[in-house]
Write a protein that binds this ligand. Structure first.
Ligand code: MLC
Ligand code: AMP
Length: 518
């Protein structure tokens, strides 16, 4: 629901209003046996919000956070919203050069990192002008909690308007450096409200839902779709700090909703304990962030009796489409991402920007209250990514059939999605090309049974130099997040090129597509 003039559009206020009336009920139960009530979430977020307020930060200050997953890390997110600042989550896999760029670009007033990383993160933050560095670990320790323990557990939610920023999510780019997608309170709350209805979340009076939360909380899927989904429905969460397929399957009988990227489903299918009986109380399995193979969709249905609901979204837009929840709206069709969500306008255009006739394939463009406010300090880039009439160019290629189902058939952006994480070849090629003896390189995505798709590097040497693929990969480790490291590296005499001199990535993909057969 969007706010009226006198209502507070702060997303925290929207989520807080949905807490159940019994604040002593359990809100989060961790897999290692800790219980947090709704009152705990309220009080702990108030304490951290008071800590932030006491720092006297400027309006719109960014709070950058690179910490291991924990309930306290989620509370830090809620506290940032509550105090009206801008949350900037960072993947825990990012290393020095990556963090240096994000902190330098976003200029956060506060950085929160794990104590294990503080020795290298704090100097980067200080050099970028960050005034406050705190630590937070996944065992409820760290300076953030020590200071917050001194703060009051009462806090008035900061008043924010629809278009005020709530979060910045960095997404890599096909060229150049990462861009910070600016998301407003309205972007996030409108999406949460729509999904609440669309996915049929059950109120406490209807028996309530229980979500198993097993995703990382530094991306849209785990941070927004899953956490907002549970909170805005007053639903309990079973919380795993790390995805462990056996533990998720063991907790399924107590749960009703699960969200995962396709790799999570593939790994759960490898568990013999995954049976119809284990899923007897489940209401809904949701998949997204990467294409779900039809084999996985079918195997899941025959093993569990449940049909996975696949949906499609992006950092810049939160959720865009979803297969139907209710059979009245239609069947859940494997291989499609369903219908545009209520309020989302989605269209398919050809290379010239003209409408694609019938169900022809073209570029997916979107508009709606969920579409972001632009890239942080990149007005030019923002302009390039929107059409003249205000639609965002997703970079995904797809089609809409006669019934309205959207299918994603590829991407116009040179992107590999590996286990739900985005890897941009241009970024990795840049690092490889800087290594001594390298003439040039190409990274292509090839099918992989576990991660869906993984990167493979094909490299050529400068005249007189001798290269070793294993040594190149070892060089990349430590500089780049581990999920970006190509799974194989081949040294070849030359890269195949077309008549225009462009590297033929399609040919390289074809040559290497059998490397990681299921
Ligand atoms: C880990 N590795 C990966 C990888 N994850 N490599 C490629 N792709 C990945 N996704 C590396 C590890 O560092 C390790 O390398 C080796 O691969 C084996 O790791 P593992 O132990 O099997 O990995 P694990 O820690 O279990 O992590 C796998 C995973 C994780 C699937 C649980 O990747 C994950 O949580 N993915 C979810 C991502 C997600 O939430 N995406 C949402 C984006 S939002 P080495 O060298 O150390 O041995 C979005 C919008 C939307 O896209 O629509 O939702
Ligand atoms: P991110 O930038 O990390 O938010 O990733 C967004 C991208 O993930 C989208 O542009 C799509 O390419 C991809 N994506 C998300 N959901 C799906 C899905 N269900 N099927 C295929 N691709 C998806």
């Amino acid at each position: 629901m969007t706010s009226t003039d006198d209502a507070n559009a702060n997303l925290f206020a929207v989520l807080r209003a949905a807490f159940p009336s019994n604040l002593d009920a359990i809100a989060v139960e961790t897999d290692d046996g800790l219980f947090y009530s709704w009152r705990d979430l309220d009080r702990a977020s108030a304490m951290i919000a008071n800590l932030l307020d006491a720092l006297d930060l400027e309006p719109g200050a960014r709070i950058a956070v690179q910490v291991e997953k924990s309930v306290e890390a989620m509370v830090l997110y809620l506290a940032t919203l509550r105090a009206g600042y801008v949350f900037l989550p960072l993947n825990t896999a990012y290393r020095g050069a990556e963090i240096d760029y994000f902190i330098g670009n976003a200029e956060p007033a506060v950085v929160v990192c794990s104590s294990a990383n503080a020795a290298w993160v704090a100097p980067i933050a200080t050099a970028a002008g960050t005034r406050h560095v705190f630590t937070l670990d996944d065992d409820r320790t760290g300076t953030l909690l020590e200071v917050a323990a001194q703060c009051s557990d009462r806090h008035t939610v900061a008043a924010r308007k629809d278009d005020d920023l709530a979060a910045i999510l960095y997404t890599s780019g096909t060229t150049g450096r990462s861009k910070g997608a600016m998301l407003t309170h309205r972007n996030l709350s409108s999406n949460a409200e729509v999904l609440k209805d669309y996915w049929g979340w059950r109120s406490v009076a209807e028996g309530g839902d229980v979500l198993i939360h097993a995703l990382p909380i530094f991306h849209v899927h785990g941070l927004f779709v899953a956490i907002h989904g549970a909170l805005i429905n007053g639903s309990r969460m079973i919380w795993l700090n790390r995805f462990d397929p056996a533990r998720v399957v063991a907790r399924l009988p107590e749960a009703t909703v699960f969200m995962g990227v396709p790799t999570l489903y593939v790994r759960m299918l490898a568990e013999r304990s995954l049976t119809k009986k284990a899923c007897r109380n489940m209401r809904l399995f949701i998949s997204g962030s990467a294409p779900l193979l039809i084999e996985t969709f079918n195997e899941w249905r025959s093993r569990t009796g449940h049909t996975i609901l696949e949906r499609y979204g992006m950092s810049e837009t939160a959720m865009l489409t979803s297969n139907p929840y209710s059979p009245v709206q239609g069947a859940r069709r494997g291989g499609t991402v369903g219908f545009p969500l209520p309020g989302v306008q989605l269209r398919v255009r050809d290379d010239e920007g003209e409408p694609c006739p019938g169900d022809e394939i073209g570029h997916i463009q979107v508009d709606g209250p969920n579409v972001f406010a632009g890239y942080w300090r990149m007005p030019e880039k923002t302009r390039e990514e929107f059409t003249a009439d205000g639609y965002f160019k997703t970079g995904d290629v797809g089609k809409i059939d006669g019934l309205g189902y959207v299918t994603i058939v590829g991407r116009s952006k040179d992107l590999i999605i590996s286990g739900g994480y985005n890897v941009y070849p241009a970024e990795i090629e840049g690092y490889i090309n800087d290594l001594p003896g390298v003439a040039e390189s190409a990274i292509v995505g090839v099918p992989h049974g576990d991660f869906g798709e993984v990167g493979v590097a094909i490299v050529t040497a400068r005249a007189g130099a001798t290269l070793d693929g294993e040594v190149i990969l070892a060089e990349l480790k430590g500089r780049l997040a581990n999920f970006k490291i190509p799974k194989r590296c081949f040294v070849v005499a030359e890269l195949p090129r077309n008549a225009m001199g462009k590297v033929q990535k399609a040919l390289l993909r074809e040559q290497h597509q059998g490397l990681f057969k299921r």
